[in-house]
Design a protein around this ligand. Structure first.
Ligand code: B16
Ligand code: MG
Length: 217
C-alpha cells in the first residue's frame, strides 16, 4: 500500500518565520504596536489575516480598523515579505530535509506539502525543491486554517494516500493539532510542542530509518 510523508513548509523545510516576523514588525511599528519574538511563536502556521488579527489584539487595536484597512495592512505586509524572499536559495533548506526528500523518492514514498502560505509555490521555487513534491495542497482553496485538519486531508487526497498511511511533519502547535485531527501520524519539530506522536528537537534528526521505525511500531 502507498505511504506518504506530508511536510509543513515554514519551520520544517525552511525558516521563513523570521522573515514573516520582520515584515509584521514593520507593519506593527507603522501603526504604533510593538511586537516581540514571543508573539511570533503564536503566528506560526496561522493564516495572514489570522496573524494580523492577533497582532491588532495584542495592541488592543482590533476595533480600530475596518475590514478594508485590514486588507490593506495584510497586503502591505505581504509586499515586504515577498521582497525579503529574494534572500532564499537552495542553501536555505533546513538541515536534513534535502537528503530526506531524496531518500523518500528512492523508497517510493510519496511526498506532499501542506503549507497555509499563499507564497508556498514561489518559496519552493527559490529553494529549488519544486520537483521534489508530488503534490502541494493549494492554500487558496483551504477554507479552514490549521488547527483544522482540512489542509492535511487535502494533501492526502491529492497524493491518493489514506491519512492512516501518512506521516505529517510540523513545527507549530496548530499544525500538530491539524495532523492529529486528520488521522495521520504526527512528527513535531521543536521541544515545546504537545501531543506529537514523535517529537524531535530539530530537522537534522529527521531521516528515513527513524520515520520507518516510528511508522512500524
Ligand atoms: P502567507 P506554514 C505559514 O506557513 C506561516 O507559518 C505563517 O506565519 C504565515 O502567516 C502563513 O504561512 C501564511 O503565509 O502570508 O505567505 O500566505 O507554516 O503553513 O508553511
Ligand atoms: Mg510551520
Amino acid at each position: 500500500k502507498p505511504l506518504a510523508v506530508i511536510f509543513d513548509l515554514d519551520g520544517v523545510v525552511t525558516d521563513t518565520a523570521h522573515l514573516h516576523f520582520l515584515a509584521w514588525q514593520r507593519i506593527a511599528h507603522e501603526i504604533g504596536i510593538a511586537i516581540d519574538e514571543q508573539i511570533n511563536e503564536q503566528l506560526k502556521g496561522i493564516s495572514r489575516m489570522g496573524s494580523l488579527e492577533r497582532i491588532l489584539r495584542s495592541g488592543g487595536a482590533e476595533h480600530r480598523y475596518s475590514a478594508q484597512d485590514k486588507h490593506r495592512l495584510a497586503e502591505r505586509k505581504n509586499a515586504f515579505y515577498v521582497a525579503s524572499l529574494q534572500q532564499l536559495n537552495p542553501g536555505s533548506v533546513l538541515p536534513g530535509i534535502a537528503a530526506l526528500l531524496e531518500e523518500l523518492h528512492r523508497q517510493d514514498v510519496r511526498v506532499g506539502l501542506a503549507s497555509v502560505s499563499l507564497n508556498a509555490p514561489r518559496i519552493l521555487e527559490a529553494l529549488g525543491l519544486v520537483e521534489q513534491f508530488d503534490f502541494c495542497a493549494d492554500a487558496s482553496r483551504i477554507q479552514r486554517s490549521k488547527p483544522d485538519p482540512e489542509i492535511f486531508i487535502a494533501a492526502c487526497a491529492g497524493l491518493g494516500v489514506a491519512p492512516a498511511n501518512c506521516i505529517g511533519i510540523e513545527d507549530a502547535q496548530a499544525g500538530i493539532e491539524s495532523i492529529n485531527a486528520s488521522g495521520m501520524l504526527s512528527v513535531g519539530i521543536g521541544v515545546q510542542l504537545l501531543n506529537a506522536d514523535l517529537l524531535l528537537p530539530d530537522t537534522a534528526q529527521l531521516n528515513w530509518p527513524l520515520l520507518q521505525t516510528f511508522w512500524l511500531t
